[in-house]
Design a protein around this ligand. Sequence first.
Ligand SMILES: [Zn+2]
Length: 64
Amino acid sequence: MALPGHRRTSGDKRRRASHFALKKVQTTSCAQCKKAVLPHHACQFCGTYVGRAVLKISAPKKKK
Ligand SMILES: [Zn+2]
């Protein structure tokens, strides 16, 4: 039966856990409506990308 080769010390555990934190999602602000949008994505709120309309927005979405 497989067993762990060595005891995992609390230092081992904490060193491994140092990489577990989640990173905050990076956003940029829309040039048109100034809302937070993902970089290199069209704005979901006003449907523009680099100043030109690329999406048809039927109902304006609520700001989160
Ligand atoms: Zn926008």
